[in-house]
Design a protein around this ligand. Structure first.
Ligand SMILES: *[C@@H]1O[C@H](CO)[C@@H](O)[C@H](O)[C@H]1NC(C)=O
Ligand SMILES: *[C@@H]1O[C@H](CO)[C@@H](O)[C@H](O)[C@H]1NC(C)=O
Ligand SMILES: *[C@@H]1O[C@H](CO)[C@@H](O)[C@H](O)[C@H]1NC(C)=O
Length: 386
């Protein structure tokens, strides 16, 4: 057990060293990010099928802070200083109608600027639109992956920094956009909140068609728990791929029924009546970017993974899942791991100190012996010296 722990620690050290050196190499090459975005107007056409040639046609798509990414839950960095996200005006009155559109790339719902993020970021961010990414019934189509696994779909709620006059001005600024992302899975029941959008999807089946839907509580499209999230600096996931997005991907996912997911996957048509599916970009290289995490996970070195929810979300009435995971047998395995790690670390430190000590002693000894040899000429050579 101890040896195993030591081995794991050693590996972690190696990984850390490799990771930090590779990020140093890559950081140097990302200086020349130009502000102009002529690309968007001179190359208006792009498709998800062609995403490997986006960088050739849209300069920013070849940048070093692109989205989406894979979120590796074992290497995300717990940051207890990440502020709580506070939303305002998300509960829209039904008399306020919203435009739902098939723009040929996605299903997009326009949102009023009265919806805003008032806390959690540097400044106030105003909502502009939300849209979806999906695959087919066979191919899960989320953009972000968690531990290299795609979810069936993903929703993005796009906001822009209120210090800029419009989203057009904000979209190319490093602090221009905040996108909230939620991974969508399949559950047993219809999701009545998503039904507010999906019930009208048939009305926008052809490319560039739109319709109006009554306002509803957009907050309910997001997870109950907004306090567990991943955070990183990234980009638009479609051309022109501006690296202007502060990304938040929530750890809690949302489920739609299989039937609802199928509506998203089957209904919309794009150019030449091709069905609009697989509108996701594949995960992009991190290039040394940190991915922060607002909640703590214990290092699970063996057995099933487990974590302790971020302090403030231990609300047993609200979140059944975190409650179960915090109280289940896994937490005992994890506390065992903590002790193993602690002892392993202690042991490693002791061993290293001992080795250093032994090495120094050896050096001292051989120096003494060399000194002795010069002075005592008749000392017979011992076998150790050969
Ligand atoms: C949506 O389509 C249905 C028929 O499928 C029609 O009855 C309804 O009026 C349409 N709604 C809008 C807002 O166009
Ligand atoms: C994003 O970039 C800004 C500006 O360089 C930096 O201050 C911030 O720490 C970065 N955030 C993350 C999550 O890396
Ligand atoms: C949520 O976090 C837990 C703990 O790190 C992880 O096992 C799980 O895959 C995460 N799920 C998502 C959707 O991020």
């Amino acid at each position: 057990m101890l040896l195993w722990t030591l081995g794991a620690l050693w590996l972690q050290c190696l990984v850390l060293i490799t990771a930090s050196s590779s990020s140093e190499e890559e950081d140097g090459s990302s200086e020349r990010d130009s502000e102009e975005h002529l690309e968007s107007s001179s190359h208006p056409h792009w498709k998800h099928d062609d995403q490997n040639v986006w960088p050739a046609n849209f300069y920013h798509c070849g940048g070093t802070s692109q989205s989406p990414i894979n979120i590796n839950t074992r290497t995300v960095i717990f940051d207890p200083s990440l502020p709580k996200i506070n939303l305002e005006g998300y509960d829209l009155p039904c008399k306020q109608s919203l435009k739902l559109k098939n723009n040929g790339h996605t299903l997009q719902l326009s949102l009023p600027e009265t919806m805003r993020i008032v806390q959690g970021f540097n400044g106030v961010f105003l909502a502009k639109q939300l849209h979806f990414h999906w695959g087919t019934p066979e191919i899960p189509g989320s953009e972000h992956t968690v531990d290299n696994t795609h979810f069936p779909a993903e929703i993005h709620v796009v906001h822009y920094n209120s210090k800029y006059g419009s989203i057009d001005q904000a979209v190319s600024q490093p602090d221009g956009l905040v996108v909230l992302g939620v991974l969508l899975g399949i559950g047993l029941h219809d999701n009545e909140n998503y039904e507010k959008i999906l019930s009208s999807i048939k009305n926008v089946s052809t490319e560039d068609s739109d319709t109006e839907i009554p306002g509803f509580n957009v907050r309910l499209l997001l997870p109950d728990n907004l306090e567990r999230f991943y955070r990183y600096n990234g980009s638009l996931t479609t051309p022109p791929c501006f690296q202007s997005v502060t990304w938040t991907v929530f750890n809690e996912s949302i489920t739609l029924s299989r039937k609802q997911m199928a509506m998203l996957e089957d209904t919309l048509k794009a150019h030449h009546s091709h069905s609009l599916t697989k509108n996701f970009r594949i995960p992009q290289p991190l290039h040394g970017r940190p991915v922060l995490c607002s909640f703590r996970e214990l290092p699970a070195m063996e057995g099933p993974r487990s974590y302790i929810p971020y302090e403030s979300d231990v609300d047993p009435s609200k979140d059944v899942r975190s409650k179960n995971e915090a109280q289940g047998p896994n937490s005992w395995i994890s506390s065992g791991d903590i002790w193993a790690t602690a002892f392993g670390t202690l042991f490693t430190v002791t061993l290293l100190s001992f080795l250093v000590y032994a090495y120094r002693q050896q050096k001292k000894y051989s120096r003494l012996k060399n000194g002795a040899k010069q002075n005592v000429i008749y000392k017979p050579a011992s076998k150790d010296d050969v």
